[in-house]
Design a protein around this ligand. Sequence first.
Ligand code: VG1
Ligand code: CO
Length: 535
Amino acid sequence: MSAIKTIATKPYTDQRPGTSGLRKKTRHFQQPRYLENFVQAVFDALRKDTPSGFGGETLVVGGDGRYFNRAAIQTIIRIAAGNGFGRVLVARGGILSTPAMSAVIRRRRAFGGLVLSASHNPGGPDDDFGIKYNVRNGGPAPEAVTEGIFRETRKIERYLIADAPDVDLDRLSSHRLGGTEVVVFDGLTDYTALMRQIFDFEALKAHFRSGFRMLFDAMHGATGPYAHHIFEELLGAAPGSVLNGTPLEDFGGHHPDPNLVHAAGLVRRMAEPNAPDFGAACDADGDRNMIVGRSFFVTPCDSVAVIAEYATALAGVARSLPTSTALDRVAAAQGVPCYETPTGWKYFGSLLDAGLCTICGEESFGTGSDHVREKDGIWAVLSWLSILAKSKKSVAEIVESHWQRFGRSYFQRHDYEKMNSQAATEMLEKLAATLPSLAGRSWGDFVVAHAGDYRYTDPVDHSETPHAGIRILFDGGSRIVLRLSGTGTEGATLRVYFERYEPKNTTSDVDAMLRPLVEIVRELLALRQEPTVIT
Ligand code: VG1
Ligand code: CO
């Protein structure tokens, strides 16, 4: 029998969750009581709406395997036991991708789950760590919940923790911590079963048998085990198709970020003379994905539009505000609505739950559907594999014929990282003040049709999200969106998103096409520095 101890604590003032949970430098998380406070605050916030207590409830715990993952999991198990959860399900090795967490919560009717990840940010003692809470529908906690958690962090005085030894995370097993049953489960089973339900594995197997070749870069994150199992073992992709498939605490010293810069090794191999037919990569927690063909990069905005183009029985689609309007055109052609939400997957939850949308996407390498309530990298890869197997076209041919039919949105995101927070906020406030006078103004062929600060009203629960980003819309469908990042761990990051829509001209150079829009932003913000990252 483990004793439950009440430990006195004091609030930290900086535990407000951002776009995707609480994300900080690892050392910051390792301060005494920092993690404990946050986890206790999550439970205190949830207890209010759980009058019968946590005794009959299941909590799921797992992470992307980064440095501090295992230690944090042990702490969470003890605090969950301290707070009287009936069951805690812990993924073996502590490894559970974000979409798999969503699948496990839904399939096992769990109360919720804690994911330990800072997503695509690097890991290690001097890098980043994070924690996010997912609710009963399997999705990220909506704003009302995260704000409730934040309020609890501001007034916390104690946390409750079971006095118990560490649980062996590497062995499928079951343990008792006081009244709590702790079960170490196989994190692959539920997710794989779900993928088998959605996709035609036999057709995909036949495609690999006919000589189709792929490369998948797991970037030493959580998707390695899923990819080995699904692509190589079940679908018959050649051994060696999965690169960097072993989860590592420091992701091999790289940023586990699936884009042209950080997945450079994969991109290089996809440009070699005898390159495979298809390439893909996922971030550390497996919710982001990058899709490439032979010497061909598919922008995330085009990727979700293509997936929707080939989908049948769509109820509707949704994209975040900064994501290009390529998806809107597919929706219009299929006669279904397209919702425009603030940035972050949590805003898709209510639409998916209400059955209003089937497929959603974000420009930040996020694609997903109503099968879970998170973006899902492996799902996106299987979607593309299915399209390739069915159409017998190459990746480039698929995207090019999409442009032929719908026109092309040339798209780029420019990030200005590590800016002074106050200066960045003031810069956007100043711009916001001038927006009403921008309508009608022109720069060459670009005439402003509308400029404003986007305010989102959720069509289902009518919750309001003001200041979701500044939009400058031009006649003819081109757009600029500006906002500050909500996931950074150092200073502020300004994100500027450029979209130039061309109904006919679909084969020009992206940089050249976007240059006039970039110049407009430089003028409006009086920006002198260059972006630190372009994706
Ligand atoms: C970024 C992306 C956003 C994404 C979020 C979490 O947020 O822009 O689209 O949902 O990261 O993704 P921000 O506020 O920094 O722009 V992940 O893979 O970190 O869970
Ligand atoms: Co992620």
